[in-house]
Design a protein around this ligand. Sequence first.
Ligand SMILES: CC(C)(COP(=O)(O)OP(=O)(O)OC[C@H]1O[C@@H](n2cnc3c(N)ncnc32)[C@H](O[C@H]2O[C@H](COP(=O)(O)OP(=O)(O)OP(=O)(O)O)[C@@H](O)[C@H]2O)[C@@H]1O)[C@@H](O)C(=O)NCCC(=O)NCCS
Ligand code: ADE
Length: 294
Amino acid sequence: MKLQPQIGAEGSAQWLARVATQSLIEEARLSPKPGLVDSRGSGAHHDLNLDLMERSAHSLSPTFHALALQSWQRPADIALRQLVGRLGREGEAQMMAATGGVNTHRGAIWALGLLVAAAAMHGCEGSSSQIAASAAKLASLPDSYAPKVFSKGLLATRRYRVPGAREEAQLGFPHIMRLALPQLRRSRSNGATEQQARLDALMAIMTTLSDTCVLSRAGLEGLEAMQNGARSVLVAGGTATVEGRTALAWLDKEMLTLNASPGGAADLLAATLLIDRIACDDATITPLPQHSHF
Ligand SMILES: CC(C)(COP(=O)(O)OP(=O)(O)OC[C@H]1O[C@@H](n2cnc3c(N)ncnc32)[C@H](O[C@H]2O[C@H](COP(=O)(O)OP(=O)(O)OP(=O)(O)O)[C@@H](O)[C@H]2O)[C@@H]1O)[C@@H](O)C(=O)NCCC(=O)NCCS
Ligand SMILES: Nc1ncnc2[nH]cnc12
């Protein structure tokens, strides 16, 4: 639900940048997240911690602001795609400078960057479906200035023949729109605390995401452990129940044993928190079956 409407491009860009940064920080602080950095510690990571994640989130505010301002009430065309690509790459460079070269938020810049741009394209008056559809359109346009790099994500998608961050955006963020956002709102309306509703939304993403961070670090075994473990949490009734919390603690242990960290799922949770706040939605979104595959 949109909380703070703003008039005009500059005020809206400032607001979108603030909400995007806040969403990244709230994702990072949310605990207990399996394998990920949270308020308890570094999870499966040796080079990441909460302080670094928060520094990285703050370093991205100017990028989100520029993306929103430049996309304000514009259509999705090649010119905007190229501009958004350039701003995204500059954002990555700012992130790397702020973290001393550690990749904290590359996937998040991509997802939240596209969504911030899309929200601005709709003049901050779009529904979640309209914002996701415009982000998908932008992500599907070619960016001839993109350098040809053979990333870890690309390597994992080819090796395991699964979709990655690029495809998730091009398909209109199905893990947000069909799983996480409905789960977040359903858990809230069932009486879960905000922390529990967010953890449930993360679990919903993890049930089917082919997270290339997990695949790169722990292969198919890690991915299956993540998906099955997240399903067990939700089947047990989610993190508002004792059984759900027990299943989550078990999943956390297993992810640490496998050295697996679902960084892509964490990005999509931050993006879910962003859309939840900036979209002009009616009270409910029709949820699809929880365990559908993409
Ligand atoms: C489209 C791009 C995201 C590039 O994607 P690609 O897959 O080619 O490359 P990667 O560099 O691997 O980045 C993908 C990141 O996306 C996240 N992710 C993974 N799986 C999915 C998924 N199925 N759906 C959505 N998102 C997903 C994930 O990001 C998070 O993890 C990062 C940490 O990764 P990790 O592997 O742990 O870290 P490393 O240091 O690299 O390795 P270790 O040492 O730990 O082992 C962290 O960044 C999280 O955010 C993947 O990493 C995009 O970058 C692109 O093309 N940009 C161009 C600019 C542009 O056009 N921008 C427009 C919008 S602003
Ligand atoms: N909380 C987190 N821990 C590790 N990697 C991440 N990427 C995005 N959020 C993350």
